[in-house]
Design a protein around this ligand. Structure first.
Ligand code: DGL
Length: 260
């Protein structure tokens, strides 16, 4: 599993909770985050490089792109080019979002790169649901999470400004279309109001992973002890310090990926 940094840990948490007997290798590309402002072809290159590392060095049997931006840039490409199943977070998130709305007015917030890719518009269109979609980019949110700041006054002020379009649209369900955003859920919920359901792709993605493994001969036996390893392309010590605060004690230790 990989992400530009800590965001994919929200997906890692859901996968570990649902499939505790499976091993997990997580790469946070903190040396090159944020992906959001970068061109998609550059993010695709990063995704290919990390995938190669996970396949060559860790022999992974399934890959989760736990980053909307990287999934928007590289999901189809990787699905066509590697031999293991590759799963993203965009379709699972859209499924949850559509089942959460009652009014049909739905919102997605994501990084600038994900919004510009059009991936969410396409994924919603593909469902054929009769919904009214508003999408807003939230530049700056990822940087707050990467600093470990999830509820300061500053992030609240930024949220008031960035969430204005989805508030004005009167959405009743809002998809956190960046895996970092669940760490800002309290702030986002304060701004959106309690009547708006916040949806994250993490749980639905974990269900997809379970379904994919159980439909194959690759699932680990339920009685086995699993290992969870964390790698960062940035400073591994600060990755485990901030990551541990966000994720919990399982992330007491992280290592640096060899190309960093
Ligand atoms: N967690 C990534 C996502 O889901 C954040 C991208 C970034 O680094 O800007 O899009």
């Amino acid at each position: 599993m990989f992400d530009s940094g800590f965001g994919g840990l929200t997906v890692a948490r859901a996968v570990i909770d649902l499939l505790p007997h499976e091993d997990l290798v997580y790469v946070g590309d903190t040396g090159r985050y944020p992906y959001g402002p970068r061109p998609l072809h550059e993010v695709r290159m990063f995704a290919q490089e990390i995938t190669k590392y996970l396949l060559d060095e860790h022999d992974v049997k399934l890959l989760v792109i736990a980053c909307n931006n990287a999934a928007a840039a590289a999901l189809e490409d990787l699905q066509a080019s590697v031999d293991v199943p590759v799963m993203g977070v965009i379709e699972p998130g859209v499924r949850s979002l559509i089942s959460a709305t009652t009014t049909g007015r739905i919102g997605v917030i994501a990084t600038a790169g994900t919004v510009a890719s059009g991936a969410y518009q396409r994924a919603v269109d593909a469902t054929n649901a009769t919904v009214d979609l508003t999408i807003a980019a939230c530049p700056g949110f990822v940087e707050f999470v990467e600093r470990g700041d999830t509820d300061s006054d500053e992030v609240h002020v930024l949220a008031e400004r960035l969430l204005a379009p989805v508030r004005a649209a009167g959405v009743d369900a809002l998809l956190l279309g960046c895996t970092h955003y669940p760490y800002l859920a309290r702030t986002i919920s304060d701004v959106m109001g309690r009547d708006v359901v916040l949806v994250s792709s993490a749980d639905e993605t974990a269900f997809d992973v379970r379904e994919r493994l159980h439909g194959s001969d690759r699932a680990a036996p339920r009685d086995r002890e699993s290992t969870h390893c964390f790698f960062s392309s940035g400073d591994a010590v600060s990755f485990s310090a901030i990551g541990g605060r966000l994720f919990g004690p399982e992330l007491a230790h992280a290592e640096t990926v060899p190309w960093a």
